[in-house]
Design a protein around this ligand. Structure first.
Ligand SMILES: [Zn+2]
Length: 391
């Protein structure tokens, strides 16, 4: 039987990791364009809006009215997008903690990994973000709840407190895990190369979401989708991106979609460069590995149409071999990284037309999970959960 894929088109909506960039150019305009493309295909997506940035703009708005103007426009477009049926959920970049505005630019002294902060400070950031979104969106929907989270720079695990903390503040769904990712940069040390579950929803172990919990909990991780592309498509993609980025280098700012550490020089700031000390031989081996790597995060901003098509085929095969008939699939996007909308528009059209695809928002997923729609993995195998098992 052909599995049905419940595709959540998710978008991390933010400025560059170092606080640079023009929100109008990098966030507002491409968000409107995406919403138009999705609207034409009947797709409702979820924008993971980075709220620390917005809170910091608000903090400095009295001293710098131009920041207040941008913060107002941020609110307006988020409300406009939500009112068109798209979802808005929580994304936090903790490097904005303690940020200040000096000589027309942001200085971000905070840690990029939220898990490096004491629990009380992390709680403060998460609660402030949740409350800001709920305060804003309840203006048009009093029932709105912030239930889904993605960590900035994917930094969720390991952590002694993060899963418990997210549950305590009402988060029911986390999408921060992307199996195979590994970063050793000056800001982020992260290793998701040994995740126990890379495809199906799972209950995360309390102190390390790379592991599956023995028992069900109140929070479910739905991994951000990853897949292995063919070497031909991957190589062609690398060449294409190199050319495109030469013309639009300022947009190349996120963690790269190919899962091992970033290719040097793919972004201007050096924030994603590998900084691990290695011998010359080690560096050569790493470079060869990177060039041969065909393992990708399903990030639609960075992939081209051929890889996007291959991604869906791989997921269909994988769902069949996992023996599930219905499966949630979280696809990533970074508005600020979009190189061309043409491929996204073609892909969105395919999704809209596919008879085995339904698009869902992240707000809808917890209810579907509670209704026993999807198999969720715990240490005791797959189970279809019912109301009492998930808060
Ligand atoms: Zn982000």
């Amino acid at each position: 039987m052909k599995p049905t894929l419940y595709v959540a088109m998710v978008d991390d909506w933010e400025l560059r990791g170092n606080g640079s960039g023009d929100p109008r150019e990098m966030q507002f305009a491409p968000m409107r364009k995406l919403v138009r493309i999705y609207g034409e295909e009947g797709i409702r997506s979820t924008f993971m809006v980075e709220v620390m940035q917005q809170l910091t703009f608000r903090k400095f708005q009295d001293k710098h009215p131009e920041l207040g103007q941008l913060a107002d426009e941020w609110d307006e477009i988020v409300l406009e997008t939500y009112s068109k049926g798209h979802d808005v959920q929580l994304h936090i970049h903790s490097q904005w903690y303690g940020a200040y505005f000096e000589n027309g630019r942001w200085i971000l002294p905070g840690h990029w990994q939220i898990t490096r902060y004491d629990e009380s400070i992390s709680r403060q950031m998460l609660v402030a973000g949740r409350d800001y979104l709920q305060g804003l969106l309840r203006r048009i929907n009093p029932e709105y709840r912030c239930v889904a989270y993605r960590a900035g720079a994917w930094c969720l695990a390991p952590s002694e407190y993060m899963i418990r903390l997210l549950s305590e503040i009402g988060i029911e769904l986390d999408i921060s895990m992307a199996a195979g990712l590994r970063f050793r940069t000056r800001h982020v040390e992260l290793d998701y190369t040994n995740c126990e579950e890379s495809f199906l929803p799972f209950f995360p172990a309390m102190n390390d979401a790379r592991r599956v919990a023995d028992q069900p909990g109140s929070l479910v991780c739905v991994p951000t989708n990853v897949f292995t592309g063919g070497i031909f498509n991957a190589t062609r993609w690398r060449v294409r991106n190199q050319i495109l980025r030469r013309f639009r280098p300022k947009n190349s700012v996120s963690a790269p979609a190919d899962c091992q550490n970033g290719e040097k020089g793919r972004e201007q700031t050096g924030d994603w460069d590998d900084v691990s000390r290695q011998s010359l031989k080690g560096r050569v081996i790493d470079t060869v590995k990177r060039l041969c790597n065909t393992h990708f995060v399903s990030d639609i901003a960075q992939l081209d149409y051929a890889l996007l098509t291959q991604m869906m085929e791989r997921n269909r095969e994988r769902a069949r071999s996992a023996g599930v008939t219905e499966l949630p699939l979280v696809l990533e996007n970074h508005t600020k990284d979009i190189l061309t909308f043409e491929h996204i528009a073609r892909f969105a059209h395919d999704l809209g037309a596919a008879d085995d695809v339904r698009t869902v928002t992240l707000s809808e997923l917890p209810a579907l999970l509670r209704a026993g729609k999807f198999a969720v993995r715990s240490g005791h195998g797959l189970r279809y959960i019912s109301e009492p098992q998930i808060a």
